[in-house]
Write a protein of this length. Structure first.
Length: 420
């Protein structure tokens, strides 16, 4: 039996619209017995509220608690949106997400499938499809991460101190490319909350072209780093520890993911190279008897081979799988052979009914400069954010943040669900 909610809404950072929701229509429903989990819905004597409840109040629709939603089988909502981000400029977005539980159990993890379509003022097309499916009892985890981009973007060179082609570290150059990402993996439960598995990863960039008018020297250096196409194909060897019930908005627990990716020419890769990603997160209540959450995130993205990955596949700000690293900076702002990243976020309630919340966050990142192993620059970011409850049953928030970085970098960042 499945317990579902369905929504059309915006997705992760580079696919979201943080400023303006043009219009929204919410029609929520749920299985005959609503799902209440300690990690999904805050325990509170005061009734919790979300956007759906506000909709009912504004339009004077009868809503006896959760009766209307509890009598039906599905939750769904529709939010066509427009907005602005550093990377996309103004953009229009429409997206869909379906989430469900494979069984009614306090330990069953939520499965979800998400997709969206974004078109921006910079003529960017963004079309992702992501699925994270847990079988009954969390025995097997299927993960599909597919994406298509037609993506005019900016590059700044290598390292954190200054780019390799200009002394001015704020100088950016527009590069157009098309990109397809096909990552499929499967994980098997071997111990409580511990999984091992593997997958096949394929990435290809093509029609890569610098669109700015450049001097001869700069054009030559960019051509050296960028090819007209880049392709990587290989395996993924994965290990995962995750005792969180709700990955959308964790209330407690720990998460550790390790992914080793070797790429091989016999599988279609342009060169043999390998990388390692280590992602660690922890969540605690602070103060201990409060609902407020102090979240910790550490992330390392390392090149483990002597052969350097293609330029656009090097570790870079905002190019992790969820596109969430580096709030305070534009995507691709920093790039290098190795990346180290750390972030703290404090999440607190604003209204007692759970409708509004807030966050403060700070992060730091460091990159090896010019493909060396030196780390001479710490790059700090910080900011504040607002949380608006979209769905109190899944504890899903609309996250709108404003971040600041060095060299006068600043801007809006948005998510559906917490950043980490």
């Amino acid at each position: 039996m499945y317990y579902c909610y369905y929504k059309f809404t915006t997705m992760k950072r580079i696919f979201t619209s943080p400023l303006f929701i043009l219009f929204s229509f919410f029609c929520h429903a749920q299985s005959n017995q609503s799902r209440f989990l300690s990690d999904t819905l805050y325990e509170s004597k005061r009734p919790q509220k979300d956007i759906v409840d506000i909709f009912h109040n504004v339009f004077h629709k009868k809503n006896n608690g959760d009766t209307i939603r509890a009598e039906k089988k599905f939750n769904w909502s529709m939010i066509p949106a427009a907005g602005y981000t550093l990377q996309t400029g103004f953009a229009g977005v429409i997206s869909g997400n379906i989430g469900f539980y494979q069984q009614r159990s306090k330990d069953q993890k939520i499965s979800n499938i998400s997709t969206s379509y974004t078109y921006s003022q910079y003529k960017q097309t963004i079309f992702p499809l992501y699925a994270n499916i847990w079988t009954k009892g969390n025995k097997i985890n299927f993960i599909s991460d597919f994406k298509y981009l037609n993506y005019p973007s900016e590059v700044y060179g290598l390292g954190g101190k200054r780019i390799s082609i200009e002394a001015n570290s704020n100088t950016a150059y527009t590069v157009n490319f098309k990109y397809i990402k096909l990552h499929q993996s499967i994980m098997f439960n071997v111990l409580k909350d511990f999984y091992v598995g593997g997958g096949i990863y394929y990435d290809q960039f093509w029609s890569i072209k610098v669109t700015d008018s450049l001097g001869t020297r700069i054009s030559r250096l960019l051509t050296r780093d960028l090819k007209t196409s880049e392709r990587a194909s290989g395996l993924a060897i994965k290990a995962l520890y995750d005792n969180r019930i709700n990955q959308i908005n964790p209330q407690n627990g720990e998460y550790l993911s390790i992914t080793y990716r070797p790429n091989f020419t016999f599988m279609g890769s342009q060169s043999n190279w390998s990388s390692l990603q280590i992602d660690a997160r922890k969540y605690v209540h602070f103060p201990a008897n409060s609902k407020n959450i102090l979240a910790f995130w550490g992330f390392a993205w390392l090149t483990t081979s002597k052969t350097t990955p293609p330029y656009l596949m090097l570790p870079s700000t905002g190019w992790d799988d969820q596109n969430n690293t580096g709030r305070g900076y534009i995507q691709s702002r920093f790039r290098g052979k190795n990346m180290y990243y750390y972030e703290n976020e404090y999440r607190f309630g604003i209204t007692r009914n759970g409708l509004l919340g807030g966050v403060v966050f700070a992060n730091v990142q460091s990159f090896s400069a010019d493909l060396s192993d030196e780390y001479k620059k710490l790059l700090f970011g910080y900011g504040v954010g607002l949380r608006i409850k979209l769905n109190k049953h899944s504890n899903t928030n609309l996250c709108i943040d404003y971040g600041f970085g060095q060299n006068n970098s600043h801007g809006f960042f948005a998510n559906i669900g917490e950043v980490f």
